[in-house]
Design a protein. Sequence first.
Length: 271
Amino acid sequence: MNYIYNAPFMEEMKKTTANMYRLGWDERNGGNISFMLDEKTVSVYLDLNNVIRRIPIGFEAKPLVGKIFLVTGTGEYFKNISDDPESKLGIIRIAEDGCTAELLWGYKDGGKFTSELPAHLMSHMARLSVDPENRVVMHCHPTYTLAMNYIHELDEKKFTHSLWEMCTECIAVFPDGVGVLPWMLCGTNSIGEATAEKMKEFRLVIWGMHGIYGAGKNLDEAFGLIETVEKAAQIYMLTAHLPRINTIKDEEMKALAEHFKVNYRKDFLNL
């Protein structure tokens, strides 16, 4: 077996979590990531027949049976993952019953996956139903995005439109817009179900007064989506109290989307 600490997916996870902590998106033990791995790739580093222990996941995820995920641990600080990934991360496989996770590696101090795993797995199922290449679900608390929740209507069209106006690249990066949920109790199946329903339509979902969920084909894509929203929210917050002299017009956003040949939410523009 090859040394798993040198696996590309492990290196990517360590770099991504370190960057998210550095940017202030994942204070303390806030935030979580699940990264669906290729079985053939994982088998180069692990004996897939060696199940360390089994952990109930709290709901039935039959469509994901046999799928393998690298998942951040509950109560773990992103800033510590690079130094001790085997305690802070785990590699799990969804068992045949769809209700149990088989631990293949990690959580060595007796820990377990993030309490938001049901929301992650529900979002994976929703995204895979519309994009078979989706592999990552990422949750964090980006500062300006969260601040914007308190002074902006939590309306999907209006919130997306305000973000698109802030930076020329926005409509090209997330042309599908941003889904928005009101404040809900975290760590529950209810918020997971609501998020998954939004994920059928959006790759980004705002949790009101809490944070954001992003999904993508890889860690870079999910990170980049959130990063672009956060930059737009930062510009919004830096200018919200000032008179607006200039803006990107809806006709210009339409021209941008058509130039970059992206399938944008036409109903989110006022044309």
